[in-house]
Ligand binder design. Structure first.
Ligand code: ADP
Length: 325
């Protein structure tokens, strides 16, 4: 089937540079002769019909804005066959023949189910600060979030060293430790506690046994939010009970990690990936996520991208340890 009109939506957790991706998809689509429609609030807008025709000027001046001009949402109804049927009917009514879905692992899972039920060409873009999608070196928003973490932890270091305290700083990542681990390297933190190895080693006990505080007047440990690590609160509770000699403080960075003007690196990958999404549709690709591996654009089948076991470079844990002696 010939594609005439491409719909774009952002779904799930928002991430910086989603706007840069929306801009790139819109402009590349129009350049190649497609019509473009912006779908508001993710799958919700596809069900309710909240859809806006997009011209090149609809995406003017958004490359530097955080958040997403299309808004995002979580949509329970789309997880049901009835909800997806309404979404499909909206697409028919609006004349949308293909979709570009920008979002994380949940959003791409939804895209995969929808595409298989209705035989619709869908291309995904990895929009998440967590960097937890398989088959791409990085995701849209990850670098900006990492920089936000770096700035926040730099500030905490000033106060931590004035008081000789142990700080647990909880960062996002869902079940992935990329933000914690690379955030730890970027800030010279004493350790990172990540979910990928949580079931294999007692990272807290190891940290204390390593005598991490001996020659220092402050210690900062980046902790990935996750049930398996216990999060920063869970670890602080353990320290209070098991190692009461330490004065512990907890900082949960929370949603500030999602905001802010995107870094150059995020703007560039979002722009390249957005253009690549349209090239993929032109080439007849469907059910693929655009990824970047070794600076080259790659197509990753949805089934692979959402596998949920993106490997982390464990050598970097050692790097953190060696560089913080
Ligand atoms: P993210 O994309 O950031 O991982 P979510 O996991 O919240 O965010 O997913 C976003 C939306 O994707 C959900 O609210 C839902 O509408 C849709 N979705 C997620 N999983 C499925 C699924 N298994 N089937 C259909 N839709 C899904």
């Amino acid at each position: 089937m010939e594609i005439k009109c491409v719909g774009i939506l952002t779904s799930g957790g928002d991430a910086p540079a989603m706007n840069a991706a929306i801009r790139a998809v819109t402009r590349a689509a129009i350049y190649n002769g497609f019509e473009v429609k912006g779908i508001m609030r993710g799958y919700k807008g596809l069900i309710s019909g909240e859809i806006i025709p997009f011209k090149t000027q609809n995406v003017s001046n958004i490359i530097k804005q955080g958040g997403t001009i299309l808004k995002t949402a979580r949509c329970q109804e789309f997880t049901t066959p009835e909800g997806r049927k309404i979404a499909y009917e909206t697409m028919q009514k609006e004349g949308i023949d293909a979709l570009v879905v920008i979002g994380g692992d949940g959003s791409l899972t939804g895209a995969r189910v929808f595409a298989s039920e209705y035989n619709i060409p869908i291309v995904g873009l990895p929009g998440t600060i967590d960097n937890d999608l398989y088959g791409t070196d990085t995701t849209i928003g990850y670098d900006t979030a990492l920089n936000t973490i770096m700035e926040a932890v730099d500030k905490l270091r000033d106060t931590a060293s004035s008081h000789e305290r142990l700080f647990f700083v909880e960062v996002m990542g869902r079940n992935a430790g990329f933000l914690a681990l690379n955030g730890a390297i970027a800030t010279g933190a004493e350790a990172a506690i990540i979910p990928e190895i949580a079931t294999e080693v007692d990272q807290l006990a190891e940290l204390i046994q390593n005598g991490f505080r001996k020659s220092k007047n402050s210690s900062i440990v980046l902790v990935a939010e996750s049930e398996v690590t216990g999060g920063a609160m869970g670890l602080a509770k353990r320290v209070e009970e098991e190692y009461p000699q330490y004065d512990v403080r907890v900082t949960i960075l929370g949603h500030i990690q999602r905001g802010g003007s995107p870094t150059a690196s995020d703007r560039i990958i979002a722009s390249r990936m957005g253009e690549a999404a349209i090239n993929a549709l032109l080439e007849g690709q469907r059910n693929v996520m655009i990824g970047i591996q070794n600076d080259e654009i790659v197509y990753v089948p949805f089934s692979k991208a959402i596998r949920n076991d993106k490997p982390i470079n464990r050598d970097l844990l050692n790097t953190v340890k060696i560089l913080s002696i």
